[in-house]
Design a protein around this ligand. Structure first.
Ligand code: IMP
Ligand code: MG
Length: 172
């Protein structure tokens, strides 16, 4: 059965948020030539819109982490499936996330990247679901705060579905 979706954030609200985040990031990274590390798959639409509003030299890498599988609950056990290809050591690194829920994924990834001795390490997320947090995560650039609901659209999936939707919806 297809779930019922209710509109949470329109594409205009998302675009405004992406522009704000791009302005914040642009202020901080002008001369730093950072590596943006996007977490696959959910952040690819956000990344694509974000980087086209950045006005300084940067590089892109992707990481893929073991996911929730078919369920909607984080297991807290995470593995790196695809590693960043370039050298992290001594570089300014900005992680690009689609959503921070329990915090397990970001906490794991930040720890994983920190071991590679970057010059700096910060976190940007399009959406944040603080009501569900189980481990503390320091978010440097926060987009939209979402209620305790499962969201889809704008790259974010429910069992691989709905990534193509231009707006963000809550699954009812
Ligand atoms: P965390 O480890 O619980 O913070 O979850 C992070 C990951 O879980 C995200 O990168 C998403 O892939 C997935 N996730 C968490 N909440 C949602 C949601 O509401 N919709 C879609 N995916 C979600
Ligand atoms: Mg997912």
């Amino acid at each position: 059965m297809e779930p019922k979706l209710s509109l949470l954030f329109t594409k205009d609200e998302i675009a405004t948020t992406v522009s704000r985040l791009a302005a914040e990031i642009s202020r901080d990274y002008q001369t730093k030539h950072p590596i943006l590390i996007a977490v696959l798959k959910g952040s690819f639409v956000f990344l694509a819109d974000l980087i086209r509003q950045l006005d300084f030299p940067l590089e892109i890498e992707f990481v893929r982490l073991s996911s929730y599988g078919r369920g909607t609950e984080s297991s807290g056990k995470i593995r790196v499936i695809q590693r960043p290809q370039s050298e992290i050591k001594g570089r300014h690194v900005l992680v690009i996330e689609d959503i921070i829920d329990t915090g397990f994924t970001s906490a794991f990834l930040l720890d994983y990247l920190n071991r590679k001795k970057p010059a700096s390490l910060k976190l940007c997320t399009l959406t944040d679901k603080p009501s569900r947090r189980q481990v503390p995560v320091n978010i440097d650039y926060r987009g939209l705060t979402v209620p305790d609901k499962f969201i889809v659209g704008y790259g974010i999936d429910w069992d691989e579905k709905f990534r193509y939707l231009p707006d963000i919806y809550a699954v009812e």
